[in-house]
Design a protein around this ligand. Structure first.
Ligand code: ADP
Length: 152
């Protein structure tokens, strides 16, 4: 059975933390679908098109990676893509509390899908898209927090 994983997120914007999770997960899966959850109720800074463009700049050349947008429940999107794994990153205990609930609910909705967690590397444990957005809004330089392949 091919191991297909969906890495869902807002990627608002993509950071070196996301890049690190993807690079490490490529060892584990045959195919990795990076999926922007385009939820109209969630306030984001960058448009889905911009976020997609950045993800394509970073991962567009990766043979095992597909980049998509979706609006449905994550498990429904996984079923549509024939994915049997959800990939998430964990930085802190509060990430764990949050992820645990979502993962258990997803398991109840779709028992055939396993969520796989990778612990953030220490150097990325304090890095989040929300901090990067704050820096951007306050006219700071966000370049060092985003993957090197990003073109501004
Ligand atoms: P969401 O709104 O779904 O949390 P994010 O784009 O913020 O979307 O995060 C997507 C996934 O990437 C989440 O599992 C999150 O824990 C993980 N992630 C975000 N930043 C990092 C980081 N610095 N190191 C490791 N994982 C991270």
């Amino acid at each position: 059975m091919r191991r297909i994983a969906v890495f869902p997120g807002s990627f608002d914007p993509v950071t070196k933390g996301h890049e690190s999770i993807v690079n490490r997960a490529l060892e584990l899966f045959d195919e990795l679908i990076i999926a922007i959850g385009d939820n109209p109720d969630k306030k984001t800074l960058f448009t889905p098109e911009q976020r997609l463009k950045w993800l394509k700049q970073v991962f567009g050349d990766y043979k095992k990676v597909k980049i998509e947008k979706y609006q449905s429940l994550t498990v429904n999107f996984c079923q549509l893509q024939k994915a049997n794994y959800i990939l998430r990153g964990l930085r802190t205990a509060s990430d764990f509390d949050f992820e645990r609930n979502i993962s258990l609910m997803n398991k109840s909705l779709a028992p055939e899908i396993e969520t796989v967690f990778l612990l953030a590397l220490p150097e990325y444990s304090a890095l989040s898209s929300s901090i990067v957005r704050d820096i951007y809004i306050n006219k700071g330089n966000i370049k060092k927090f985003m993957p090197d392949k990003i073109k501004f």
